[in-house]
Ligand binder design. Structure first.
Ligand SMILES: [Zn+2]
Ligand SMILES: [Zn+2]
Length: 315
């Protein structure tokens, strides 16, 4: 190789080194974490809610709007990273504290999307900060392709709220999981609107999905945590249930069981002291009263429910 060619090669290497350091040196917007190739988590840890977005060749897909303030600051963060349009915005489930703020993205031309069960609830339970999704999807599985990125939508049963969807980017092996798993924290207070048995079944289904790490809507560790928290969560429920049955066997009075149970294995988790007894109450009531809430399977027929019965009820 001639001297001149060495110079060429060297400057080429130097240039690509500079370009790559340049890429790493770009400051990300506030509350934004890069979690994969073109995948980001977004959320102010003090507010307690994390969203996810992925920048594809054709535009941006967003997971979880939370509320207008969260969506507005996330939109600004996305626009600092890319000038590609925001095309699709996914809601994980119905609850107001997750599903509000959609109008922020509808106003910039994005379609907001929820599972039909969440959609029905949102239509029938308006909230000043929540807009009805632009679209709904039905069934238990759907794949969406956007600019070369595959997005899997998984509806895994009546586990928490309505229409709860777990999102997986199989190529990137990254998931977005709301409410079902809260890394480094016990279950939320009285475990509201969780249906305990399908919840456990769902966690075992999530373990089999194609991902290694997830952005979890609520995390008391980092916003991006390993799949192993899914396992920890169903083991925690099983350990509570075993402890309850042990107390039944000991003849401990019903009302004293929640404050009697101690699970040292989990005492490092956030809110252990505050919420363990509430977690026990909810799981114990499910074993005493039977599963709740529960509705018989009903074939979805929105047309019929709107035109014939006025409202759609899942009785
Ligand atoms: Zn919820
Ligand atoms: Zn939540």
């Amino acid at each position: 190789m001639q001297y001149r060619n060495y110079i060429k090669l060297f400057s080429g290497i130097l240039l690509s080194f500079l370009i790559s350091t340049q890429v790493f040196a770009i400051d990300l917007p506030e509350y934004t974490t890069k979690v994969g190739d073109n995948v980001y988590s977004y959320g102010n840890p003090n507010m307690g809610y994390f969203s996810m977005f992925v920048v594809t060749k054709r535009g941006v897909a967003v997971f979880e709007t939370v509320n207008t303030q969260h969506s507005q600051s996330m939109l600004a963060a996305i626009q600092e990273i890319t000038d590609k349009p925001i095309r699709k915005v996914f809601h994980s489930h119905n609850h107001w504290d997750h599903s509000a703020g959609g109008k922020v993205f509808q106003d910039v031309g994005a379609k907001t999307i929820a599972h039909h069960q969440a959609y029905e609830w949102m239509v029938n339970n308006p909230h000043p900060d929540m807009s009805v999704p632009s679209k709904f999807w039905k069934g238990s599985r759907k794949n969406i392709k956007m600019g070369g990125t595959k997005i899997e939508l998984h509806y895994l049963g009546m586990n928490h709220g309505l229409g709860m969807t777990v999102f997986v980017l199989p190529k990137e092996r990254i998931a977005y999981i709301a409410d079902l798993v809260t890394p480094n924290r016990v279950l939320f207070t009285i475990v509201p609107d969780f249906n305990i048995k399908p919840f456990v079944t769902t966690l075992k289904k999530i373990e089999k999905l194609n991902f290694d790490n997830a952005v979890y809507s609520h995390s008391h560790a980092s916003p991006f945590e390993p799949k192993s928290w899914v396992t920890t969560t169903h083991e925690y429920v099983a350990d509570i249930r075993n402890a309850i049955f042990e107390e039944f066997g000991n003849g401990t009075p019903f009302g004293q069981i929640p404050t009697t149970i101690d699970l040292p294995k989990y005492n490092g988790l956030a809110m252990y002291d505050e919420w363990l007894s509430m977690n026990v109450w909810r799981i114990m009531l499910d074993d005493v009263m039977g599963p709740f809430p529960w509705t018989p399977p009903q074939k979805y027929n929105r047309k019929k429910s709107l035109h014939k019965y006025g409202h759609h009820h899942y009785h």
